[in-house]
Write a protein that binds this ligand. Structure first.
Ligand SMILES: Nc1ncnc2c1ncn2[C@@H]1O[C@H](COP(=O)(O)OP(=O)(O)OP(=O)(O)O)[C@@H](O)[C@H]1O
Length: 255
Protein backbone atom coordinates (compact mmCIF):
# COMPACT_ATOMS: atom_id res chain seq x y z
CA UNK A 1 0.00 0.00 0.00
CA UNK A 2 1.13 3.53 -0.72
CA UNK A 3 -0.15 6.89 0.25
CA UNK A 4 -2.85 8.68 -1.72
CA UNK A 5 -0.30 10.38 -3.99
CA UNK A 6 1.18 7.00 -5.04
CA UNK A 7 4.58 7.31 -3.40
CA UNK A 8 6.28 4.72 -1.20
CA UNK A 9 8.05 7.24 1.05
CA UNK A 10 7.20 10.88 1.54
CA UNK A 11 9.25 13.24 3.74
CA UNK A 12 8.42 16.86 4.51
CA UNK A 13 10.72 18.95 6.67
CA UNK A 14 12.47 15.79 7.92
CA UNK A 15 14.91 16.83 10.62
CA UNK A 16 17.03 14.60 12.86
CA UNK A 17 19.23 15.62 15.76
CA UNK A 18 21.93 13.22 16.97
CA UNK A 19 23.84 14.27 20.08
CA UNK A 20 24.21 18.02 19.72
CA UNK A 21 24.29 17.96 15.89
CA UNK A 22 21.44 18.50 13.46
CA UNK A 23 22.26 15.64 11.09
CA UNK A 24 19.29 15.95 8.68
CA UNK A 25 18.08 19.48 7.94
CA UNK A 26 14.46 19.75 6.89
CA UNK A 27 14.52 17.29 3.99
CA UNK A 28 11.68 17.11 1.46
CA UNK A 29 11.69 14.09 -0.82
CA UNK A 30 9.64 11.23 -2.18
CA UNK A 31 10.55 7.68 -3.16
CA UNK A 32 8.60 6.03 -5.98
CA UNK A 33 7.10 2.56 -5.47
CA UNK A 34 8.53 -0.42 -7.35
CA UNK A 35 11.70 1.44 -8.28
CA UNK A 36 15.32 1.53 -7.10
CA UNK A 37 16.21 4.83 -5.48
CA UNK A 38 19.89 5.44 -4.80
CA UNK A 39 20.87 7.51 -1.80
CA UNK A 40 24.26 8.89 -2.65
CA UNK A 41 26.65 11.17 -0.86
CA UNK A 42 29.96 11.28 0.96
CA UNK A 43 30.67 9.53 4.24
CA UNK A 44 28.95 11.25 7.17
CA UNK A 45 26.38 13.17 5.08
CA UNK A 46 23.46 11.42 6.82
CA UNK A 47 22.52 8.44 4.63
CA UNK A 48 22.33 5.91 7.48
CA UNK A 49 20.44 8.39 9.66
CA UNK A 50 17.86 8.90 6.90
CA UNK A 51 17.45 5.13 6.50
CA UNK A 52 17.09 4.65 10.27
CA UNK A 53 14.36 7.30 10.27
CA UNK A 54 12.50 5.48 7.47
CA UNK A 55 12.80 2.13 9.29
CA UNK A 56 11.65 3.78 12.53
CA UNK A 57 14.72 3.11 14.64
CA UNK A 58 15.98 6.71 14.84
CA UNK A 59 15.23 8.97 17.81
CA UNK A 60 14.65 12.74 17.66
CA UNK A 61 12.94 12.79 14.27
CA UNK A 62 10.73 15.78 13.49
CA UNK A 63 8.76 16.77 10.40
CA UNK A 64 6.55 14.38 8.47
CA UNK A 65 7.71 10.97 7.30
CA UNK A 66 5.20 8.55 5.75
CA UNK A 67 6.29 5.06 4.74
CA UNK A 68 3.94 2.85 2.65
CA UNK A 69 1.12 5.18 3.57
CA UNK A 70 1.75 4.98 7.33
CA UNK A 71 3.78 7.16 9.70
CA UNK A 72 7.37 5.81 9.95
CA UNK A 73 7.93 3.55 12.94
CA UNK A 74 4.34 2.29 13.14
CA UNK A 75 4.35 -1.35 14.33
CA UNK A 76 2.30 -2.51 11.31
CA UNK A 77 5.23 -1.56 9.07
CA UNK A 78 7.62 -4.05 10.68
CA UNK A 79 6.82 -7.09 8.49
CA UNK A 80 6.58 -4.90 5.39
CA UNK A 81 10.12 -3.51 5.52
CA UNK A 82 13.46 -5.30 5.14
CA UNK A 83 16.51 -3.46 6.48
CA UNK A 84 20.12 -4.48 5.90
CA UNK A 85 22.51 -2.47 8.03
CA UNK A 86 26.19 -1.95 7.29
CA UNK A 87 27.18 -4.37 10.08
CA UNK A 88 26.01 -7.90 9.17
CA UNK A 89 23.43 -9.15 11.68
CA UNK A 90 24.40 -12.80 11.58
CA UNK A 91 25.22 -15.42 14.24
CA UNK A 92 28.78 -16.49 13.51
CA UNK A 93 28.45 -19.83 15.34
CA UNK A 94 25.56 -20.98 13.12
CA UNK A 95 25.70 -22.04 9.48
CA UNK A 96 24.19 -19.88 6.75
CA UNK A 97 21.13 -22.13 6.58
CA UNK A 98 20.74 -22.27 10.39
CA UNK A 99 20.86 -18.46 10.56
CA UNK A 100 18.11 -18.20 7.98
CA UNK A 101 16.09 -21.04 9.52
CA UNK A 102 16.17 -19.10 12.78
CA UNK A 103 14.95 -15.82 11.23
CA UNK A 104 12.36 -17.69 9.12
CA UNK A 105 10.98 -19.36 12.27
CA UNK A 106 10.46 -15.91 13.83
CA UNK A 107 8.61 -14.69 10.75
CA UNK A 108 6.59 -17.86 10.19
CA UNK A 109 6.51 -19.90 13.42
CA UNK A 110 5.00 -23.33 13.90
CA UNK A 111 5.50 -26.91 12.67
CA UNK A 112 2.81 -26.57 10.04
CA UNK A 113 4.94 -24.02 8.18
CA UNK A 114 8.09 -26.15 8.21
CA UNK A 115 8.03 -27.05 4.50
CA UNK A 116 7.16 -23.50 3.46
CA UNK A 117 10.01 -22.17 5.62
CA UNK A 118 12.46 -24.63 4.08
CA UNK A 119 11.50 -23.50 0.57
CA UNK A 120 11.71 -19.80 1.53
CA UNK A 121 15.16 -20.26 3.06
CA UNK A 122 16.43 -22.18 0.00
CA UNK A 123 15.11 -19.43 -2.30
CA UNK A 124 16.72 -16.64 -0.26
CA UNK A 125 20.07 -18.49 -0.19
CA UNK A 126 19.90 -18.99 -3.96
CA UNK A 127 18.93 -15.32 -4.53
CA UNK A 128 22.18 -14.17 -2.92
CA UNK A 129 24.20 -16.93 -4.61
CA UNK A 130 25.27 -18.71 -1.43
CA UNK A 131 23.87 -22.20 -2.12
CA UNK A 132 27.36 -23.71 -2.21
CA UNK A 133 28.07 -22.20 1.24
CA UNK A 134 24.70 -22.99 2.83
CA UNK A 135 26.21 -25.36 5.40
CA UNK A 136 29.33 -23.30 6.15
CA UNK A 137 29.58 -21.63 9.56
CA UNK A 138 28.88 -17.92 9.15
CA UNK A 139 32.04 -17.20 11.16
CA UNK A 140 34.14 -18.70 8.36
CA UNK A 141 32.67 -16.49 5.60
CA UNK A 142 34.24 -13.44 3.99
CA UNK A 143 32.86 -9.94 4.66
CA UNK A 144 31.02 -9.86 1.36
CA UNK A 145 29.50 -13.29 1.98
CA UNK A 146 28.30 -12.15 5.43
CA UNK A 147 26.64 -9.13 3.84
CA UNK A 148 24.83 -11.49 1.51
CA UNK A 149 23.60 -13.62 4.44
CA UNK A 150 22.11 -10.44 5.97
CA UNK A 151 20.50 -9.62 2.65
CA UNK A 152 19.05 -13.14 2.42
CA UNK A 153 17.56 -12.68 5.92
CA UNK A 154 15.91 -9.43 4.78
CA UNK A 155 14.46 -11.20 1.73
CA UNK A 156 12.80 -13.98 3.77
CA UNK A 157 9.62 -12.06 4.46
CA UNK A 158 9.28 -10.78 0.86
CA UNK A 159 9.20 -7.16 2.07
CA UNK A 160 7.46 -4.43 0.07
CA UNK A 161 10.22 -1.98 0.94
CA UNK A 162 13.88 -2.97 1.12
CA UNK A 163 16.33 -0.57 2.75
CA UNK A 164 19.93 -1.47 1.99
CA UNK A 165 22.78 0.45 3.64
CA UNK A 166 25.84 0.19 1.38
CA UNK A 167 25.12 -3.44 0.43
CA UNK A 168 27.93 -3.75 -2.09
CA UNK A 169 30.86 -2.49 0.02
CA UNK A 170 33.77 -4.91 -0.24
CA UNK A 171 32.22 -7.02 -2.99
CA UNK A 172 34.05 -7.87 -6.19
CA UNK A 173 32.74 -6.51 -9.51
CA UNK A 174 31.04 -9.77 -10.54
CA UNK A 175 29.11 -10.04 -7.27
CA UNK A 176 28.22 -6.36 -7.37
CA UNK A 177 26.77 -6.83 -10.84
CA UNK A 178 24.85 -9.94 -9.73
CA UNK A 179 23.42 -8.15 -6.70
CA UNK A 180 22.32 -5.18 -8.81
CA UNK A 181 20.65 -7.65 -11.18
CA UNK A 182 18.86 -9.13 -8.16
CA UNK A 183 17.75 -5.64 -7.02
CA UNK A 184 16.37 -4.94 -10.49
CA UNK A 185 14.49 -8.23 -10.64
CA UNK A 186 12.99 -7.60 -7.17
CA UNK A 187 11.71 -4.24 -8.41
CA UNK A 188 10.53 -5.49 -11.81
CA UNK A 189 9.07 -8.89 -10.86
CA UNK A 190 7.80 -8.30 -7.31
CA UNK A 191 7.20 -4.53 -7.37
CA UNK A 192 9.57 -4.16 -4.40
CA UNK A 193 10.62 -0.60 -3.60
CA UNK A 194 14.36 -0.38 -2.91
CA UNK A 195 16.25 2.42 -1.19
CA UNK A 196 19.96 1.70 -1.57
CA UNK A 197 22.77 3.83 -0.16
CA UNK A 198 26.22 4.05 -1.64
CA UNK A 199 29.12 6.42 -1.79
CA UNK A 200 30.35 4.82 -4.98
CA UNK A 201 29.13 7.06 -7.76
CA UNK A 202 29.37 4.46 -10.52
CA UNK A 203 26.50 2.63 -8.77
CA UNK A 204 24.35 5.71 -9.32
CA UNK A 205 23.86 4.81 -12.96
CA UNK A 206 22.24 1.52 -11.95
CA UNK A 207 19.40 3.27 -10.06
CA UNK A 208 16.09 4.45 -11.50
CA UNK A 209 16.20 7.60 -9.38
CA UNK A 210 18.75 9.30 -7.17
CA UNK A 211 18.78 11.41 -4.06
CA UNK A 212 22.12 13.20 -3.90
CA UNK A 213 23.01 14.21 -0.34
CA UNK A 214 25.61 16.40 1.24
CA UNK A 215 25.95 17.59 4.85
CA UNK A 216 22.44 16.63 5.89
CA UNK A 217 20.74 18.16 2.87
CA UNK A 218 19.47 16.89 -0.47
CA UNK A 219 21.40 18.62 -3.23
CA UNK A 220 19.31 17.19 -6.06
CA UNK A 221 16.98 14.37 -6.96
CA UNK A 222 15.89 12.85 -10.25
CA UNK A 223 16.85 10.17 -12.72
CA UNK A 224 20.57 9.74 -13.44
CA UNK A 225 19.91 11.01 -16.95
CA UNK A 226 18.09 14.15 -15.77
CA UNK A 227 20.87 14.94 -13.28
CA UNK A 228 23.52 14.58 -15.99
CA UNK A 229 21.52 16.65 -18.46
CA UNK A 230 20.73 19.44 -15.97
CA UNK A 231 24.37 19.74 -14.94
CA UNK A 232 25.58 19.25 -18.55
CA UNK A 233 28.01 16.53 -17.47
CA UNK A 234 28.88 13.10 -18.82
CA UNK A 235 28.58 11.24 -15.49
CA UNK A 236 26.55 11.47 -12.28
CA UNK A 237 29.81 11.88 -10.37
CA UNK A 238 30.62 15.04 -12.35
CA UNK A 239 27.05 16.26 -11.87
CA UNK A 240 27.41 15.75 -8.12
CA UNK A 241 30.71 17.68 -8.02
CA UNK A 242 29.13 20.45 -10.08
CA UNK A 243 26.23 20.67 -7.59
CA UNK A 244 28.67 20.74 -4.65
CA UNK A 245 30.58 23.64 -6.26
CA UNK A 246 27.33 25.50 -6.93
CA UNK A 247 26.20 25.04 -3.32
CA UNK A 248 29.60 26.28 -2.05
CA UNK A 249 29.37 29.37 -4.29
CA UNK A 250 25.84 30.10 -3.01
CA UNK A 251 27.10 29.81 0.58
CA UNK A 252 29.99 32.18 -0.16
CA UNK A 253 27.67 34.74 -1.76
CA UNK A 254 25.26 34.53 1.16
CA UNK A 255 28.01 35.51 3.64
N1 LIG B 1 25.16 8.32 17.72
C1 LIG B 1 25.52 9.48 17.21
N2 LIG B 1 25.63 10.60 17.95
C2 LIG B 1 25.98 11.78 17.41
N3 LIG B 1 26.26 11.95 16.10
C3 LIG B 1 26.17 10.88 15.32
C4 LIG B 1 25.80 9.58 15.81
N4 LIG B 1 25.81 8.73 14.77
C5 LIG B 1 26.15 9.44 13.68
N5 LIG B 1 26.37 10.72 14.00
C6 LIG B 1 26.76 11.80 13.09
O1 LIG B 1 25.71 11.97 12.16
C7 LIG B 1 26.26 12.31 10.88
C8 LIG B 1 25.63 11.42 9.82
O2 LIG B 1 26.01 10.07 10.06
P1 LIG B 1 25.50 8.87 9.13
O3 LIG B 1 26.00 7.60 9.73
O4 LIG B 1 24.05 9.03 8.94
O5 LIG B 1 26.26 9.22 7.78
P2 LIG B 1 26.45 8.32 6.45
O6 LIG B 1 26.22 9.24 5.32
O7 LIG B 1 25.62 7.09 6.55
O8 LIG B 1 27.99 7.94 6.53
P3 LIG B 1 28.77 6.61 6.00
O9 LIG B 1 28.69 6.64 4.50
O10 LIG B 1 30.16 6.83 6.50
O11 LIG B 1 28.09 5.43 6.62
C9 LIG B 1 27.77 12.19 11.00
O12 LIG B 1 28.32 13.48 11.11
C10 LIG B 1 27.98 11.42 12.27
O13 LIG B 1 29.15 11.85 12.92
Amino acid sequence: MMNSSGVAIEARGLTVVRGDRTVLRGLDFTVEPGRITGLLGPSGCGKTTLMRAVVGTQAKVTGTLDVLGTPAGHPTLRPRIGYVTQAPSVYTDLSVRQNLDYFAAILQPGRSHRDARRATVARAIADVDLTSHADALAGTLSGGQLTRVSLAAALLGTPELLILDEPTVGLDPVLRRDLWNLFHSLAADHGTTLLVSSHVMDEAERCHRLLLMREGEILADGTPEALRTDARTATVEEAFLHLVDEAATRQENAR
